[in-house]
Design a protein around this ligand. Structure first.
Ligand SMILES: [Mn+2]
Length: 454
């Protein structure tokens, strides 16, 4: 597609130059021969002539189907458009004009305000982010030991954000520690750290004091029970419940993921984003926004599109579908044999489990069974009973049902589609575990369904 750009002055030429538009160099239509000569010297194509006369357009349009952009003052616009239309009646025409300017119905309006939004705003936003990143870098520059803290059961968004911050700070391997007071639990998250080779170290509270500079990503100091002393930097997207105490902070509750904020940092300072980093950040955004379906904003989508082109999708697939260790297959076989399906709820009790996330893994897996709208998988480990719940529908939030069923015995809660309860086995009522789990769960589920009668 060839473009014809019509202007009284050199504004369009200065903005667009000889850069091809739609695959071809645009043709400038300008009134003054001197300007046309200047455009030619600059590598552009120009036709000089009176923009209110048909003749100049006969030379500028070859097929009559070229798209035209018209940027002339309002007083002359009518005559210019009429002349252009006589030469190229079928050409799509964009007019640069204010939104309340009168324009014919067959042209598309582009207001200077919209131009500013398209061109100027992203540049300003980038400049602001750039300044922010430079402040962060300066603050961490001379530190010998840097700690990047993430939440207790770090999720993909936290892990990816920590890795990205490490790279923004120019501290590759060894230059900064990614640390948590907990451990990376879920199999997908463990697969992420293994496949993308990301070290997450377990920290003690006293160890935090050994670092010169401490950053926190995807969390805020108030989320921790431990006294942490002064934090240097907080980057997060959770709503603030208490004032964020940190020397530097960037908290954006409207964002779907902290990974999006870090992607903006990387782009603002032109850091080369490796496939490994892109994969981590893309997975971080996917996990926190349920693949852009929950709480994702324009910023998340922009970051997602940018990272999608750079990520290693094979690695991402291996992370998202974690493998079952062969030793666990027999347990799965037994759990499948013992399953019970009651009113769309699939129950199974695994018994002793080799690792704590196994119940969640089986609950995910069994949700694929036809007729299972809910899965409830229980198992025992280190003196605790773990109950993992998943649902596929949207009838009731899994977290509510689990809380109602088990909160009197231990920790219980979760989100819409996934929830869990963890109960000390000594607090669990005597009798058959599987029977008690299903009786309590069904009572809570039905109680919620028919609340008026209950
Ligand atoms: Mn997050």
């Amino acid at each position: 597609m060839r473009y014809v750009l019509v202007a009284d002055d050199d504004l369009l030429w200065r903005m667009l130059g000889p850069t091809p538009l739609g695959g071809e160099r645009p043709v400038y239509v300008v009134p003054r021969p001197a300007l046309a000569a200047r455009i030619s010297r600059g590598g552009g194509v120009a036709v000089a002539g009176d923009p209110s006369a048909e003749r100049v357009y006969r030379r500028a349009f070859v097929s009559g189907q070229e798209a035209a952009v018209v940027a002339v003052p309002r007083a002359r616009r009518g005559r210019v458009l009429a002349a252009l239309r006589r030469a190229a009646p079928g050409a799509p025409v964009v007019v640069v004009a204010d939104e309340d300017d009168p324009t014919p119905g067959d042209v598309t309006l582009l207001s200077p305000a919209a131009l500013a939004e398209l061109v100027v705003e992203p540049v300003l936003a980038r400049a602001l982010t750039r300044a922010r990143v430079e402040r962060v870098r300066a603050h961490f520059e001379r530190a010998e030991r840097v700690l990047i803290m993430i939440q207790d059961d770090p999720d993909p968004d936290a892990i990816a954000s920590a890795l990205a911050l490490k790279i923004v700070l120019g501290r590759t391997r060894g230059g900064a520690t990614i640390g948590t007071f907990g451990t990376v639990g879920r199999p997908e998250n463990r697969a992420m750290t293994r496949i993308l080779d990301i070290d997450v170290e377990r920290l003690t509270v006293s160890a935090v004091r050994e670092y010169d500079r401490v950053a926190m990503v995807d969390a805020q100091p108030a989320f921790f029970e431990e006294p942490l002393g002064e934090i240097d930097l907080v980057i997060d997207h959770h709503p603030t419940e208490a004032p964020v105490r940190a020397r530097l902070r960037d908290v954006r509750p409207s964002y779907g993921a902290t990974s999006t904020i870090l992607t903006e940092y990387l782009r603002a300072v032109d850091v080369k984003v490796s496939p490994r980093l892109a994969t981590a950040l893309l997975y971080g955004i996917k996990a926190d926004t349920l693949a852009l379906e929950r709480g994702a904003t324009r910023a998340d989508m922009d970051a997602f599109a940018f990272l999608h082109g750079l990520a290693n999708h094979g690695a991402l697939r291996r992370i998202e579908r974690p493998e079952l260790p062969p030793a666990v297959l027999d347990l799965l076989a037994e759990a499948i044999t013992r399953r019970r399906l009651v009113d769309g709820v699939m129950f199974t009790h695994v018994g002793p489990m080799p690792y704590r996330e196994l119940a969640a893994q089986f609950a995910d897996l069994l949700l694929q069974v036809e007729g299972a709208e809910w899965t409830v998988v229980s198992g025992e480990i280190e003196g605790e009973l773990h109950i993992s719940v998943r649902n596929s529908g949207h009838e009731r939030a899994a977290g509510d049902v689990v809380r109602q069923a088990f909160a009197d015995l231990g920790r219980a809660g979760g989100h819409r589609a996934m929830a869990k309860a963890v109960i000390q086995q000594r607090d669990w009522p005597a009798g058959d575990v599987a029977a008690t789990v299903s009786a309590r769960f069904l009572r809570a589920l039905r109680g919620g369904r028919g609340r008026a009668g209950a």
